[in-house]
Write a protein of this length. Structure first.
Length: 117
């Protein structure tokens, strides 16, 4: 049996975390992140406030995003992706490409085989 070693850099991200990281390539506050994720996913992914703020807290702890210094009286806190967060998003993109390529090889290959039977 093959043993798989997962480091911090080759873990699978949840869809919500992946979209949050993508959204934060430009600084945004919480509501802006929710809107951007909905836009990126063509309305398929909607983040509830609890899910979003829980994920932001985790991403801050991991150093994948940072909270930007805000205006003194503003309650809106903006966040931005860090270089580590960008690396994690790129790793996820590579992982998703591999999944897609392998699926296409198998599914499209079988489809082709079945068409010629």
């Amino acid at each position: 049996m093959t043993e798989v070693h997962m480091t911090n850099e080759n873990i699978a991200l949840t869809e919500a975390v992946y979209y949050i990281l993508l959204a934060l390539y430009s600084p945004l506050h919480g509501y802006g992140i929710m809107q951007k994720v909905a836009d990126l996913s063509s309305g398929r992914v909607h983040l509830a406030a609890g899910t979003l703020y829980g994920a932001l807290s985790t991403l801050l702890e991991k150093g994948w995003i940072v909270a930007l210094p805000g205006e003194r009286n503003s309650r809106k806190k903006e966040y931005e992706i860090t270089p580590l967060g960008k690396r994690m998003a790129m790793n996820e993109l590579s992982r998703l490409r591999e999944l897609l390529e392998n699926g296409e090889k198998i599914i499209e290959g079988r489809k082709y085989e079945n068409d010629n039977s």
